[in-house]
Design a protein. Structure first.
Length: 549
């Protein structure tokens, strides 16, 4: 029960760190509370709605009643399983926009500008364009994480991109390359028909080495001695000792919780719960961010959507084909076209993301009563609202208090209404004329600002991208929790390496930047020089100041 490095959490970042440290010959112990990721519910890409709704694989967190969303509690799934949230997510692969990372550097995360992180995105990837174009110069070819594109066989995937073009937007053949802005093919972390989670990509190869091991257990707190982390205490009383460092990669919900239970956090809040203060860091648990989205659903004139498979017989056949051959509809997450657009002139880079899906269905697996339909998931990417994760009590078994504080500014409402109206305009293009019957959600009756606000209040859902609760910044920044090398400020031998450290949420889904963060942090942990900076310049719309598209 001792190693050079003890990693708490076998999720996206933790698995990447374990792999790189083990590869470098360090002894590594990874601690994960959840169980095995074996079985079709997790490994079959098309079954993605199952694991995130199963108590066996999910921590089952919920927000407190959200005051600006009519007091609704929103679910906040986090993976309680080997692979963490990469084992229960939608497998969508988005690096984020170059300007997101430049903003991180400006906010005090020195060495995390786009030029610094692009080499790590390349190092982690093995990219397969599937014959759909894209620019290999911007992509990786021999990393542990396999990234591919779906077959896009359904004509609706092409109608979505064509409609974007007809509405005057850019087209991009690789939003993860030089040009994020535009409509084009979506990418997924799938390999040979299986979910390519951080567990499959990183942890399982690492565990084949004699110097890396995985242990089951719930970490209650970090053990401290004279201002230094010396190990962690598990719920069953076991102590796991770290000869060199304790590395937290327990998610943007659980990493701040563990820090606070260990005496690292806002002093007054810790005192309220009778916890002795080791380091007064007011930023622990603060700066919580997420993406909120809505499904704009259309009924289909033609019976070509995935609804035809929404029955027990068809699902069984798809499952059997996948089980025996690893192919067919089961081998894709069905998110195969997407878009990143700017909401208005004067916005320098995309602030709206679209996931297009050829069925009208919710994440909880409930199909629209209308039958055949399709939908675009849409939401603003850079909400100014901020929430917090705080302690419910000093009992480690109690869930933390999660308050996202969604939609707390006027800008949130303006941005969200604009998302809905721009989406309706796309579905009204000629390319969708053969397919659109009528609007299911929000429904054509909702037109005014007040009517749209009521719909948003009732139907907006989390995109499951919480981050930011242990923000990276300069050591003299009172609100920062870790320095740009992930070291917890004011404590020795302790780092945080997951999406908690993001100063601001990135543009798109968070699995890719979370893994990249683990990759880059592993070099800092090993004391290596970072990879050489890239000189590649991203595409920015030449007329962004004066035009929206």
């Amino acid at each position: 029960m001792e190693a050079d490095f003890v990693i708490v959490g076998a999720g996206s970042a933790g698995c990447a760190v374990a792999y790189r440290l083990a590869e470098a010959g360090q002894s590594v112990l990874v601690i994960e509370h959840g169980g095995t990721d074996a079985g079709p519910f997790i490994q079959m890409p098309a079954a993605l709605s199952y694991p995130m709704n199963m108590k066996r694989y999910d921590w089952g967190y919920q927000s407190e009643p959200e005051p600006h969303l009519g007091g609704r509690r929103l679910v906040c799934p986090r993976g309680k399983v080997v692979g963490g949230s990469s084992s229960i997510n939608g497998m969508v692969y988005v690096r984020g926009h170059a300007m997101d990372f430049d903003h991180w550097a400006e906010a005090g995360a020195d060495g995390w500008a786009y030029a610094d992180v692009l080499p790590y995105f390349k190092r982690m990837e093995t990219w397969d364009d599937g014959g759909h174009g894209g620019d290999p110069h911007w992509r990786g070819s021999d990393g542990p994480l396999h990234v591919m594109r779906g077959p896009r066989a359904n004509p609706l995937f092409h109608a979505f991109v064509e409609a974007g073009q007809q509405a005057g937007y850019e087209v991009t053949d690789d939003y993860n390359g030089q040009k994020q802005e535009g409509f084009g093919p979506f990418e997924q972390t799938v390999y040979k028909g299986r979910r390519w989670s951080a567990a499959n990509a990183y942890l399982k190869p690492a565990l084949k080495r004699p110097n890396c091991d995985l242990i089951r257990g719930l970490v209650e707190r970090v053990e401290m001695a004279d201002g230094r982390a010396t190990g962690v205490v598990l719920a069953d009383g076991r102590i796991v000792r770290a000869r060199r460092e304790v590395i937290l990669a327990a998610s943007s919900i659980n990493s701040p919780k563990i820090l606070m239970l260990s005496g690292i956090g806002p002093a007054a809040h810790l005192a309220e719960h009778g916890i002795d203060v080791v380091a007064d860091r007011p930023g622990v648990g603060a700066n919580l961010q997420d993406h909120l989205e809505m499904y704009i659903q259309m009924a289909s004139k033609q019976p070509i959507t995935l609804y035809k498979h929404w029955n027990i017989v068809s699902k069984a056949m798809i499952g059997a084909q996948w089980l025996f051959t690893g192919t067919g509809l089961g081998a894709s997450n069905q998110f195969e076209s997407c878009a990143f657009i700017r909401s208005q002139a004067g916005v320098p880079y995309p602030d709206i993301q679209y996931h297009f899906l050829p069925i009208a269905v919710r994440y909880d697996g409930k199909a629209a009563a209308e039958g055949h339909g399709f939908q675009a998931h849409v939401g603003p990417m850079r909400s100014p609202s901020r929430g917090a994760v705080t302690l419910r009590s000093n009992d480690p078994k109690d869930d933390p208090v999660i308050r996202f504080n969604y939609m707390s500014t006027d800008q949130d409402w303006e941005d969200f209404r604009r998302c809905i109206r721009l989406t309706r305009e796309i579905f009204a293009q000629q390319a969708f004329e053969p397919y659109v019957k009528h609007e299911i959600q929000p429904g054509a009756a909702a037109q005014s600002d007040d009517e749209l606000d009521a719909v948003i209040r009732e139907h907006a859902e989390s995109a499951y991208h919480p981050c930011g609760t242990c923000r990276m910044g300069r050591a003299d920044d009172k609100t920062a929790v870790v320095d740009p090398q992930g070291r917890v400020i004011g404590v020795d031998g302790l780092r945080v390496v997951d999406s908690s450290v993001f100063p601001r949420i990135t543009n798109g889904n968070l699995n890719a930047p979370s893994i990249m963060t683990g990759e880059k942090m592993s070099d800092h942990i090993l004391g290596r020089d970072p990879l050489a900076r890239s000189n590649d310049a991203p595409w920015i719309h030449p007329e962004w100041e004066s035009t929206q598209r």
